[in-house]
Design a protein around this ligand. Structure first.
Ligand SMILES: [Zn+2]
Length: 198
């Protein structure tokens, strides 16, 4: 293959959902249509790289000129309930389900003894701080249903003991070992509606 096309294909194949074959097709189409496809893509990539940030308060994706983000500053949202997720992408999924109208807190991952991710690498202290300062009545844990997700839920629950906030967790029904980000809107709506106390 031709060097630069090969390189482009390799980069595209690293993206989720793009196998080697689709990456190859995408790469060939890009070089075939530089003006219609390649240049706008380069511009979009550069703009996203330059402007997208994580909100300093909740951790959701936002832009540099909008921090705290729109979710944190929207007065029509319920400030009494906080949904705790692992990644900012999880917030995007829950928002698209339309089933949650409170605010969010992304931890930036989950506890994992295997990968040596301890509480200090996650935004757990910030969470406890927010619950105390913002007068949060309920914390809904929307964490994955694997061992690390369970360990994280247990730890967060322990941390919030004594704050007076009720801690709940999404109902089961989410496929085991799957992240929130890959769950479909209907499953998420059911899981939020059927949440139970921890
Ligand atoms: Zn925010």
């Amino acid at each position: 293959m031709i060097g630069p096309i090969d390189e482009l294909e390799k980069r595209l194949a690293k993206l989720p959902g793009l196998g080697r074959r689709s990456a190859s097709r995408a790469a060939l189409q890009l070089v075939r249509e530089p003006v219609r496809l390649m240049e706008p893509l380069i511009a979009a990539l550069e703009e996203a790289r330059r402007k997208v940030r994580c909100c300093s308060k909740c951790g959701a994706f936002t832009t540099a000129d909008r921090d705290p983000c729109a979710l944190c500053t929207d007065a029509t949202r319920d400030g009494g309930i906080l949904c705790v997720v692992e990644e900012p992408a999880d917030i995007v999924s829950i928002e698209s389900s339309g089933a949650f109208r409170g605010r969010y807190h992304a931890l930036g991952g989950k506890l994992s003894p295997m990968r040596r991710t301890g509480p200090e690498t996650l935004r757990i202290a910030e969470l406890a701080d927010r619950v105390a300062r913002e007068g949060i009545g309920e914390v809904l844990l929307a964490l994955s249903t694997d061992m690390d997700g369970d360990a994280t839920a247990g730890y967060v629950n322990e941390m919030l003991r004594g704050t007076g906030a009720k801690v709940s967790r999404l109902a089961f029904g989410l496929p085991a070992d799957s992240g929130i980000a890959y769950s479909d809107p209907l499953t998420l709506r059911r899981a939020i509606a059927g949440r139970r106390d921890v």
